[in-house]
Write a protein that binds this ligand. Structure first.
Ligand code: GLC
Length: 737
């Protein structure tokens, strides 16, 4: 065959292949079936399903799946964790991993890092990329994101959530959910609601005012339903006012499915259902994980004994529960299928792509927060003759393993040490553990096989030889750390790190601390170290992202999504004794009420170590011409804050303009100010950019318990504009008629 003919044949082949496999964009439309066509189909299916088949659709058949109806071609429904990536395949009937060789994926940064980006665009890329990987793994429901509010720095799962402010979480959860669902995979926003501690999570009953419930703890869920159009919500383990939240008349029937008109599916947390009649009547649509060992105590298939299985069938047959209750659940479960695995038009997904790795890296570098940078400690230039000592177990420890249900099996995970070694080709990189705590484990700490003293001696030796010391420490994903199922018992850093840091500083004061945590912690050596980077759990590309920032390849622009109190007692939840945290007699009263996080610090005038919204840059920015477009407003109106932002430093960078609103004269208790708008603005060095943030007056409403509804007070509001909750450049006033 001559060469020319070969080329023609090859070209034809390429054209044919492209024609057969249109680009993802063509697929990213939602199912061609209109919602009315879907509802009509659901009606027709409902008419021919048997009672047993309907009941089979509303509870688990395995650890992570529910039955379909084979005779009608209705497929099973498959779910997978989690918020940061698609969890490895788990066995049919127990929590063990199935050991597949094709379920490695991209681990994206923890959601606290996403929150720290203050970047809704990246939240959309996060959700879309993660949704592609879930689709590729043939999962119909992704069990994430989590949006429980950060109330106490001890909560083991804060790393999975989006910080202490309901507005920030609401702005980021919406694009994330939309991104996931563009792939024909359902997001499942969790844990609804008031799951703000892990200690006694499945027994504790939360007491909190209606006002704090609506103003602090529900907004992110409400936004994910009303704006994100999430197709699933997961109930929580805890109780609220004595009743389990997973089947709770007020939370599920009145608010979620009533007021918010949620048309999706409520999935239980695993074993968070506790009663047939309540699960049936109070909003639970799919029961998962009951008696979490799957088969229960007998070989008789345990799944048939679920609350919404045989007991439910019996109650229906005896007329104790009307079949309309079941039909509503089945309608929702079938609607979920038309949105996912019965949508023939959904894309095919992809996993471990360069695009996903770049998205993970961009979110990581955009979320890392520079907290301190004395004498321009950062960035550190790579040069021959420079010796950098990288010290601390977190420089090499895997942070995608452990932590509970969000743990992942990434195709690779670049450690901070590896990232630094690959970036610094001229400098000499030394490494020592300095402390060792054993592998990340879920429920017990294994004694370290190393001798603590020898580890410290080795670390001091390399610190003495080095020009620069980078201590990579913080918490980890083990039990009693940043891990599901329990809370930390102390606010201080564990594993004697504070002593190690003090000892290192004695031999080399040119030290920077790289913090890998999902929570705040006490920083007793803050004044003694040169630099502090809050670096989160960053997933597959961790080491590259950390090296991007430390080398100055990327200019940090992250802002804290939660406050760092100087000491635990400065935090609102920890200011009212045990009743308020961790609770007494399995009841936790949220006595700080609406004053969570910076709301507490501002209003009680308690200076934090580092404030919500704080983060430095290698550049400096000047905010000027801060104006509001109108000062007299009606209740259905909106106002716009504009300002100029000049980059007066030596690096291109980005700044987050933050707008907080307060009401000095009010008939109810108010926080001094609350975040109601923000915009991340990229500005090249020497240039000026403009920020413009529009805030509808309805965002200023407070939840009026006397009306059991939102209420906009008339009068003067203060508008605080700055680049951190504790750095307000200008305060303006508006008046609502
Ligand atoms: C866990 C978690 C939940 C997770 C589920 C399945 O207990 O609370 O977030 O999605 O069970 O692993």
């Amino acid at each position: 065959m001559n060469q020319r003919f070969k080329i023609q044949l090859f070209t034809l082949l390429i054209i044919f292949l492209v024609a057969c496999n249109p680009s993802k964009e063509q697929h990213s439309t939602s199912s061609p079936l209109t919602s009315s066509a879907v509802e009509a189909k659901i009606d027709s299916i409902l008419d021919i399903l048997t009672l047993e088949e309907k009941v089979g659709l509303v509870h688990a058949q395995s650890k992570f799946s529910t039955k379909g109806v084979e005779r009608l071609g209705i497929p099973e429904l498959w779910m997978a964790d989690g918020p940061h990536g698609v969890r490895a395949e788990i066995n049919w009937d127990n929590w063990g991993y199935a050991g597949w060789t094709n379920d490695s994926i991209t681990a994206f940064p923890a959601l606290t890092c996403l929150a720290a980006t203050f970047n809704p665009k990246l939240a959309g890329e996060y959700g879309f990329s993660l949704g592609e990987e879930a689709r590729y793994r043939k999962k119909d429901v992704l069990l994430g994101p989590g949006v429980n509010i950060y109330r106490t720095p001890l909560n083991g799962r804060n790393f999975e959530y989006m910080g202490e402010d309901p507005f920030l979480a609401s702005q980021l959860v919406v694009p994330y959910v939309q991104g996931v669902q563009k792939n024909g995979v359902a997001a499942c926003v969790k844990h609804y609601a008031l799951n703000n501690q892990e200690l006694n999570r499945d027994k504790v009953s939360v007491e909190v005012s209606d006002r704090a419930l609506h103003e602090i703890y529900l907004p992110a869920f409400k936004a994910s339903v009303l704006k994100g159009n999430t197709w699933a919500i997961m109930g929580a383990y805890n109780k609220f006012r004595g009743e389990y939240t997973t089947h709770h008349e007020l939370l599920m029937n009145d608010i979620l499915k009533g007021e918010w008109n949620f048309d999706g599916v409520v999935v239980s947390d695993w074993s968070s259902a506790h009663d047939t009649k309540k699960a049936a009547l109070y909003g639970l649509d799919i029961e998962m994980g009951t008696g979490t060992d799957g088969l229960g105590t007998t070989t008789l298939n345990h799944y048939d004994n679920y609350y919404l299985a045989k007991p439910f069938l019996k109650a229906l047959k005896h007329g104790e529960i009307p079949e309309t209750v079941l039909n509503d659940k089945v309608r929702r479960v079938l609607r979920l299928r038309y949105r996912t695995n019965m949508d023939n038009n959904r894309p095919l997904g992809s996993a471990n792509t360069i695009e996903h790795q770049n998205v993970a890296r961009n979110i990581a570098t955009d979320g890392i927060v520079l907290l301190k940078n004395e004498d321009n400690f950062f960035p550190i230039q790579d040069k021959v003759g420079l010796t950098i000592a990288v010290i601390g177990e977190n420089a090499t420890r895997s942070m995608t393993k452990g932590g509970g249900s969000s743990e992942l099996k990434p195709k690779f995970e670049i450690s901070p040490l590896q990232g630094l070694k690959e970036r610094y080709k001229n400098a000499t990189i030394l490494h020592a553990l300095s402390y060792h705590t054993g592998p990340s484990v879920y429920d017990k700490i294994t004694p370290s096989p190393y001798n603590a003293d020898s580890l410290k001696v080795e670390a001091l030796a390399i610190a003495k030889k080095a020009d620069v010391v980078l201590f990579v420490g913080g918490l980890n994903k083990s039990h009693l750390q940043d891990c599901e199922g329990d809370d930390r018992r102390q606010y201080e850093l564990p594993f004697d790190q504070n002593t190690i840091i003090e000892d290192l500083l004695k031999v080399n004061s040119n030290l920077g601390f790289i913090s890998l945590t999902g929570n705040a912690f006490e920083i007793p050596w803050k004044s003694k170290v040169k630099g502090i980077l809050q670096s989160w759990y960053l997933g597959s590309m961790a080491g590259h992202a950390i090296a991007d920032i430390i080398s100055g390849d990327v200019n940090p622009s992250g802002k804290l999504p939660f406050t760092f109190p100087k000491k635990l007692e400065d935090n609102g939840a920890h200011s009212f004794g045990a009743e308020s945290y961790p609770g007494v007699n399995l009841t936790t009263e949220y006595k700080e009420d609406i004053l969570v996080g910076y709301r507490w610090h501002d209003t009680k005038n308690i200076e934090p170590e580092y404030a919500f919204g704080f983060g430095l840059s290698y550049s400096t920015f000047e905010m000027s011409n801060i104006t509001v477009n109108k000062t007299e407003l009606a209740k259905d109106d909106a106002f716009t804050i504009s300002c100029d932002l000049k980059n007066t430093g030596d690096y291109d960078g980005a700044e987050v303009v933050q707008v907080y609103v307060g009401k000095p004269e009010s008939k109810v208790k108010r926080a001094l100010k609350e975040l109601k708008g923000f915009q991340k603005v990229e500005v090249k060095k020497g240039e000026t950019a403009n920020a413009s943030i529009t805030i509808p007056i309805e965002e200023l409403a407070f939840y009026d318990e006397t009306l059991a509804d939102w209420n906009i007070e008339k009068g003067i509001y203060t508008i605080h504009v700055g680049n951190s909750s504790d750095n307000i450049i200008k305060t303006l006033e508006i008046t609502v008629q």
